[in-house]
Every structure is written in structure tokens, then in C-alpha cells.
Design a protein around this ligand. Sequence first.
Ligand code: HEM
Length: 528
Amino acid sequence: MLLYGILRLWSVLCEEVSASILMVFFTVLLVIRSIQLARESSHLPPGPWGIPVLGSLPFLKGDLHLYFRDLTHKYGSLISTRLGSQLIVVLSDYKMIRDAFRKEEFTGRPMTEFTNILDGYGVINTEGKLWKDQRRFIHTRLRHFGMSYIGSRKAQMESRIMREVEAFLCVLKAQKNEPTDLNSIFQISISNVICDIIMSVRFSHNDARFRRLMDLIEEGFKLFGTLSPVLFIPVLKYLPKLKDTRQKIIANREEMGVFLQETIDEHRRTFDPSHIRDLLDAYLFEIHKANEEGTGQDLFEGKDHDRQIQQIMGDLFSAGMETIKSSLQWSVLFMLHHPRVMKAVQQEMDEVIGRHRLPRLEDLAYLPVTESTILEVLRISSVVPMGTTHAPIRDVNFNGYILPQHAQIVPLLHAVHMDPNLWDEPEKFNPSRFINAEGKVVKPEYFLPFGVGRRMCLGEVLARMEIFLFFSSLLHSFDITTPEGETMPTLKGTTGVTINPKPFKVCLKPRPMAWDNVSNVIRSVGSH
Ligand code: HEM
């Protein structure tokens, strides 16, 4: 705000006052601001100060999570720094992250240009009572639809996922061992699982409406990326190019909104309170109930009902698609790099499951090699390397420092997963690190791909189910190799909100299996 004020003043004063007087004025303001920052910094964790106005921004090299990790080597596991006008506090010790994120005080989200655009709707970017109510509601409903490792409803969720696994395997078989990029095939399969659960929508591969939805999401991520300098120097939003980007984001969100609203309207037309089909219906039921009780106006803290449903659908879709797709892509890439591990997984499944059917959730307990391989992929790839940024809901005294309400708190999950004091040779892909002397799978408390604490991932159980069923079915059905004559694809990823492998192709050779039985087997999973 201060910076913005300075620049506005600058342009007005330029016309009235000589440049030298302005120079003095500007310098005085900078000095005052520097003193303010120095005073605040005396209560903050150690870290680089950077330069006035820009903070450490000019020194950023490469990926942000790697830059932060380098800083932790120099300053320790609790550091603070400034990126533009934003105060960033980075936690890289798992006990510290756990202690902080268990506390109510750390459940806020930072106020940024992105949150302004989202306008307080949804669940991921909300806080306070609305966030708590939404989180509880979604969690309960998803459990009801089978997002749980225990209980009879688990089979319902399993059969929803297996329907997509079956379609996925058929598409792969049709590639006839030709070089194939799995990215868009994973994309549609994973989207279908989440769309089915939240709004009973399923797309066929190559569906034009689905492609448009994917393009909108991809474009949205890119536009938010272009606008990201504004997160650090808010006054930049007045630059014409970034103003234009902001407008494009709004247009992008409106088009997404139209798609989601059509689905909401269609659900309203066919709504039957005695038959709740999906999460959208569960929301309509809540609205229906609140209206009957005369409390409809207060629902969602008085926010527009349809906009809230739209944003919830968008939140779950974006949180649940990219992360799983990326994890599965990493799992394939690591299998290419470690064919012996792939063979060991296949051999284990051949022995435990046999060649006549696909894996089921109930097999997981008997597949330690497969499970530990998945865990190692999640650890080493850390697809969400910096979790999701939190903010204190008030000034907080933490480990002897005062973290102000406006600070952005980054849990550096990547650093936890690469800490040589916790993991033996962390850079090495080694699934056996998750298997104890008795041959049982153990997950150490510092294994945190889904975060920890009050805001930890809402979709963890679903994610684990999906990753296991897709990964194990893929390896049970195909041998995966790099196309002949092509070099091994790199393990260096592309970093955005998630870290994704760079595009690569594979050849998939069907393994001997009673393919004709697959559909019958899948149907039998559904009828548990
Ligand atoms: C491999 C898959 C996934 C990974 C690695 C992952 C990881 C994470 C992480 C690290 C966070 C941040 C936690 C924090 O703020 O402290 C998060 C939040 C979240 N995840 Fe996931 N996630 C995955 C899949 C999913 C799925 C399938 C869903 C949807 C059903 C989902 C829904 C969410 C939501 C709604 C939040 C925000 C929770 C809140 O703000 O209270 N995630 N996830």
C-alpha cells in the first residue's frame, strides 16, 4: 500500500515540483520504510534482508523451493525473507511444521491479488468459520461417498475408480506399443474420477467440451503465473500488460463458471432429496434444508450459494487432478529409470494377485514392494514442494519470534523429504527405505506429501486409492519402456504450483493376461 501511495504521489508531484526535491522526498520515504522494516525484522527469524522495495527478489535463481532450501542451509530451519512487499517465513523442519500447523493461529491464508480475485469463495483460499464449515462438510460427504479405508462404502469408491482404470487400460492397449505420451490420457482418467464424485459428470477421451475445460484450466494456471509478480509488488497491477492479464483471468473464470453453472442447473432440475448422487447434490440438499428452516440467507456466511458451489467444484477439481496426474507421471518415469524396481513390483503382483485379474484395494496390505514404491515416488517427487501457503490469523509468538498476521508461512515439504538427517541418501530412489526388518511398510512421521495439521490435504485417502489402483493396474498389465532410439527422459521437472515431469513418451507392451476377463473382474469389484 505504501509503495502504491508513493508511486501515485510521484506522478502527481512530477508535474508540480522539481526533480531534485522529489529525489530528497523519495529518499526520506525509503529511509523511513527501511527503519520500519528493520524494527519489524528484529523480531523475525533470521534470513536475507535483500534490498529496499524488492527484498530478495533480484537474487532469486531457478526454482523458488530450491532457493529456499539453499537459504535453510545458511540460516537454519526457520527463516524469514522479503520478496517485494511480502514477508515470507519458511519452515523446513517437520516438527516445526507440525507444531505450527496443528494450531488454530496458523489456519489463515494470505491476502493476495489471487485471493482478491477469488473473492473469499471456495475452501482452499478461505479461512475462519466459512473454511471450517466447508472443510467439515466436504470431508464428511466424501467419506460418505466411500473416501475411507474402512467401512462398506469403500467398495463404491473403488468401483468408481476402477471404471476409469478399465477405460484407461483399454486406451493404452489401443496404442499397440507405439510411442505414447501418457499425460493427456492420465488427465482425462483422473478428471473423470473427481468429476464423477463431485458432479456425476464423465467425459469420453477426445470430448470437445472436456478439451475446452482442460484448456481453460491450463490457461488459468498460466495467467495466474503471469500475474504472480503482483503477489510481491502489488502496485504492478496497474501496468497495462498485467491489468490485461487480470481481465483475462476474470474472463477465464467466467467461462468456467458458465460450464459449472450449467451442471448446477441440470442437477437442480433433476434433484431428488431422497437420492443424493454426488457432492453437488449434497450441497443442493444443504441449501434446500437451510431454506426450509429459514436460515438460507446465513448459509456460507451469506455468500452467493451458486458461486460458492462453483468455487468448491473448481477447488476440488484443480487440487485433485494435477497432483494425482503428476504423481502418476513421476511413477512411470521412475520405473523407466529403475526397471529392476518395476520388475520387482510386477513379480510381487503376479505372486499375490495372479495373472487373471487386476489389483484391488484389499490387496494393498499384501503388496509391500508396490506400496513402498508408491511412497518413494511421493517422497522423492514432492509434487507440491511448498505445500500451500498459510498465514497467521493474528500476530503469533512462535519459537521466540513474532510472526505478524500479514506474513506468508511456507511449509517447505521438499526440504523435509530431502533432509539427509532424516533419510539415508535422500537423492537416491530407494523404495526399501519404507520397509522395516519384518518386511512391513512403515511411514515415518516426517513423510508429509499431503501436508500436516488442520489444513492438511482433504483428498489424501482418495489420492492414495487412485494412485495405487492406477499404478498397480498399469504395471500389472504392461511392460513399460522408452521408445527405441530415444534417450532416457530427464528426472528434472518443471515447477509451477506442482512439479511435473517434462513431456516424455513410453512404449507399453501388454503383459500376458486374460484381457477378456478384465471387465468381468472389474464388475465384480463393484458388486462387493
Ligand atoms: C498426490 C495427490 C495429492 C497431493 C500430493 C496433495 C497435497 C496437498 C497439500 C500438500 C496440501 C496443502 C496442505 C496445507 O495447506 O497445509 C493440500 C491441500 C488440499 N488438497 Fe490435496 N493433494 C493431493 C490430492 C488431492 C485430491 C485428490 C483432492 C480432492 C479431493 C485434494 C484436495 C485438497 C484440498 C481441498 C486442499 C486444501 C485444504 C484446506 O485448505 O483446508 N487433494 N493437498
